[in-house]
Design a protein around this ligand. Sequence first.
Ligand SMILES: C[S@@+](CC[C@H](N)C(=O)[O-])C[C@H]1O[C@@H](n2cnc3c(N)ncnc32)[C@H](O)[C@@H]1O
Length: 219
Amino acid sequence: MTLKLLMEVSPQELLESLAELQNHVLGYVKATSLNELFLEVIIVDKGRIFRGVSSLVDVGAGNGAGTRVVAKAFPRIKCTVLDLPQSVGQAAAAGEDNLRFVAGDMFESIPPADAVLLKNVLHDWGHDDCVKILQRCKEAVPARGAEGKVIIIDMVRGSLLGDKKIGEMEALQDMFAMCTNGVERDESEWKRIFSDAGFSDDYKIMPVLGPLSVIEIYP
Ligand SMILES: C[S@@+](CC[C@H](N)C(=O)[O-])C[C@H]1O[C@@H](n2cnc3c(N)ncnc32)[C@H](O)[C@@H]1O
């Protein structure tokens, strides 16, 4: 709505338009869970991370709602959801052609694939457990030179220092992490995990929404 139009409409009409817009946005958010919405943002903004990938295992993917977004956007990628048997359970029934569900333990073994995705998983675990999970991921992807990679979607604290809103977001996320016994890390803490798990130090951190970032690491 232009400024001129805004000045011409009555407050009542303006309120009605705002209510209509709010319903529209809320309707979309209800229809698409925040998890899926976030992955759609990543696909639009950082879709190139899936370039050249023909198979992907989404580790700790829960009911696979997020994996389904990737499977739909990239029908050529064979997607696998790996989660504990109780989480995979019913979800396994309904899938896209290029989506399968595997019950398993990420501390034991991860099915082989070009890329492994860990979205909102590592922040639930301490340093040593993250190292173990990443070691299993390293075994699952092709060796260096063959374009194997692990894609981590998680928070990188302090990547946008000085921004008040981001600072507030990080503080909120810290409180949430404390309630769930989780941990949010800065780049140096992430780097130590990658190195201890045997990954090279030429990782890439790509901020997506504030401190929420996509990190690519290579064997
Ligand atoms: C915080 S949820 C993240 C879910 C999803 N990736 C997301 O972004 O919404 C963590 C997931 O890790 C799974 N998980 C926990 N321990 C696991 C294990 N040992 N092996 C495989 N998955 C595990 C849980 O069942 C849960 O679905």
